[in-house]
Each structure stands twice: as C-alpha cells, then as structure tokens.
Design a binder for this molecule. Structure first.
Ligand SMILES: [Zn+2]
Length: 278
C-alpha cells in the first residue's frame, strides 16, 4: 500500500441502494478510499456479482477487503464445526479474490477455558494448512485473524502478531477498539498506541506497518470486554491520538470504520488523520 485509506464496514448508509456496487460508488463520492465487504452472515455473493464488484472497484479506484462470517470457531469441540469454519473462510477468500479483495478478516476462535497456548497451536496449524491450500489453488488471499473484543476469544495483540509472523499468508487485522474493550479501557493513550505499533514493527518489520488492516470505532465495554459499537464522539475512544500515532509510524493500508454511523466516522478519522501534523 502506498498510503492509508479510510472506509466503511459494508455499504455506506447514504448509498442509494444496499448493494456492494452502489456502496463502492458511494465510497468514491464521499471521498473515501476503501470498503469492507461484509460476508458476516454467510458468503452469499455469486461469481457474476463478484465480477461486477471487481469492475466497479477498479473503475472507482476503491480498495476492498472481506469480513468473513461471524460463525467461525476454529477451536470448536465438534470436528464438523471446525470444518465448516474453515470452509467459510475458504469461500470468503475465493469470492473475495474474484472481487479483487485480498484481505480476509475473521474472528478465529474461542478458548473454551482451555489453555491459551494449546488453542493458539491448534488454530495456527489450521490456518497454516488453509493458507497453503489457497496458495496451491492460486487464490490471492491474505488471512487476517482479528484482535478480538472479549477475553474469552483467541486474539489478543501478541497472539495475533505471533500468528502473522509465524505463518506464511497470514497478516493481522488490528481492531483497535477491540483491544480497548478487551482490556476494559487500556490501549487508549498515545503511549499505548505507540506500544501497539511498535509491537507490529517488532514482529513484522516496517513492511508490517505499511501493510496494516485496521478496524476503528467507538465502543462500549464492561469487564467481559466488548458490548457494542458506538459513534466515536459518543464514546471514550481516543481516535485523535490514534491518528497521530498512525502518522508518526508511517502506517499504510486500510482503516475500516465500524461505528453505527459508518461513513460519518470514517470521514472523521480520515479528516483527523489528514490534519494531524507530526
Ligand atoms: Zn470483526
């Protein structure tokens, strides 16, 4: 990535129609740069539509990514559920690639009160196998396990970065609001943001900072982590300093806004980033 692009999780609310094609066109009208295709309730997009999405994104110069279904748990006690989870990520990657979206974001697993290192090893092995299968089939996809919002879910910062550094074809999705919610309020000062970006650099090198995929929104949380997303200005989230840290570290890639007002906060983040002086 040459720059840092801002966009929405799914079609902007102000698009004329709910479709992905209309969403991409609206992203361009708004002056944003990217959009995440939300396959969160299942991969329902057909190949013909994926081709249209790709053509529109190329024409409008909008970068795309994919959020895979929520129903994914690579640490399920039931073998069929693990297979189904792998299949959901695989289908997200396959259709995503047809759309021209290479980053495939997903929430990897629950710990189910098991030893976190064992869960980590189990999930890493599955992702390694899936990444090689995608590579063998010529599907251009980067698997991006997300930093998750609850302490019961695999995916703290360290685990996410370890997976990315250890497995070829895996990179992180850093959901900054999840980090904040998961820790019930940490990860919200300029020093903490520098700490996160420093860790990304430590694990993935400067290339890691130049190939970032981030989620940012306001968020409500309690001692069990994430509750729901909020509009940035109605939350305690310190997005101003996050944008300053992004600039300081030369972060490039995609920032996807998941606030309830989608494009309004995506524009707020973009404006804040652009107006931040070093
Ligand atoms: Zn997510």
């Amino acid at each position: 990535m040459k720059e840092l692009l801002f966009g929405t999780a799914g079609t902007p609310l102000s698009a004329k129609k709910r479709g992905s094609v209309e969403g991409i066109q609206r992203i361009r009208e708004l002056g944003l740069g990217c959009m995440e295709l939300e396959f969160v309730r299942g991969v329902r997009m057909k190949e013909g539509m994926a081709e249209k999405v790709r053509a529109t994104a190329e024409e409008e110069n909008v970068a795309l990514s994919v959020h895979a279904p929520y129903y994914i748990n690579l640490n399920s006690a039931e073998e069929e559920k693990i297979d189904a989870s792998i299949e959901r990520i695989y289908q997200s990657a396959r259709i995503g690639a047809l759309c021209g979206a290479s980053s495939i974001v997903f929430h990897p697993a629950y710990y189910h009160k098991q030893d976190s290192e064992e869960v980590f090893e189990r999930v890493s092995a599955l992702l390694g196998r899936l990444a090689s299968r995608l590579e063998d089939e010529g599907i251009d996809a980067v698997l991006r396990p997300e930093t998750t919002g609850k302490p019961t879910q695999l995916g703290d910062l360290e685990e996410t970065l370890m997976m990315a550094s250890a497995i070829e074809g895996v990179m992180p999705c850093i959901d900054f609001s999840h980090l904040h919610a998961r820790s019930s309020g940490e990860y919200n000062t300029i020093e903490e943001f520098r700490g996160v970006l420093g860790k990304v650099e430590e694990y993935l090198g400067h290339e890691g900072l130049e190939d970032m995929h981030c989620h940012v929104s306001g968020i409500e949380y309690g001692d069990k982590g994430e509750k729901n997303h909020l509009v940035l200005r109605e939350s305690d989230y310190n997005y101003v300093d996050l944008m300053a840290a992004f600039r300081e570290f030369g972060v490039k890639g995609l920032v996807i806004c998941e606030s309830p007002n989608l494009e309004e906060d995506a524009l707020l983040l973009q404006d804040t980033f652009r107006n931040t002086e070093m």
